[in-house]
Design a protein. Sequence first.
Length: 270
Amino acid sequence: MNNKKKVFKTGLLLIIGLFLIFNTQIISAAPYYPSYGGGGGGFNIAQGSQQLIDFFVSWATPFLQALLGGYDWTGALLFERFLIFILLMSIVFLSLNNIDMFKEKKAVLWTVAIIVPLLSIRFIDFIWLNTILMQYQVLGIALAGILPFIIYLFFLHGVSDHAVVRKIGWIFFIVIYFGLWVTSEAESYGSVYFWTMLIALVFLLMDGTIHRAFDRQRWREADRSQVVAALTEIGHELNRLDESKGIPEPVLRKERRKLMKRREYLQKQL
C-alpha cells in the first residue's frame, strides 16, 4: 500500500512539474497585451490553456489510435471510444473480481480486464459505435427531461398537505408547458413539452390518490423506524438477562422466551 502511495505521489508530482514547465514556456512565448486603462499589461491565459490542451491531445491521439483503432475515420469519436473502453474495463473488472480464481491473482485479473474491452472496442465500426452513443444520448435526454418533473412532484407533495395548493401548482406547471409547446418551432421539442404537459394533467386529476400514496409511504417508514428501535431494545433486554445473577433459571427462560417471540413478530413486520 505504501509503495502504491509513493508511485501515485511521484506520478502526480511529475504531472504537475510537466504542467508548470510547459505553462512557463507558453507564458514566456505568449504575446504581450496591454491592459485596460493603460496601467500595465498581461498575458493571454486563454491562448496558453488552448495550447496546453492541443499539446496533450496531439501527444495522446497516436497512442489511443494505436490501442483503440479509429483509423477508418481519422480518429473521429476517439475520446468516446476511450470512455467506452473505461466503462467496459470497469464492468469486466467487477465481474471477474467476484471469482475466487482471479481474486488471488491480481495481475491476471488486470490483464483480462484490459484485454477484453480492448478487443471489444478496437474492431467496432463507426455504425455500431454511433448506435451505442445514440442510446446514451437517449438515456441522457430521458433522465434530464424527467428530472425537473420528479423534483416538482416531490416539491408539491412535500411542501403542502392542502390539495388546493398542489392543484394550483400543477395548473401553473401545465400552463408553462403549454406555452412551451405552442411556441416551440422544433417538432421533437414540442412533443416532449406536450407529453410532459399531458402527464402533469394526469397527476392533477389523481392528486388525492398520489398524495395518499405518499402518506402511506411516510407512515410505513415511520413504522419501520419504530420497529428497528423496538428490536434494539429487545436485544438490550436479552443481554441484560444473560448477564443477570440471582434470578432463578425458570424465570430467565420464561422472560427470554417472551422476548424471543416478540422479536420474531417484529422481524416479520420489516
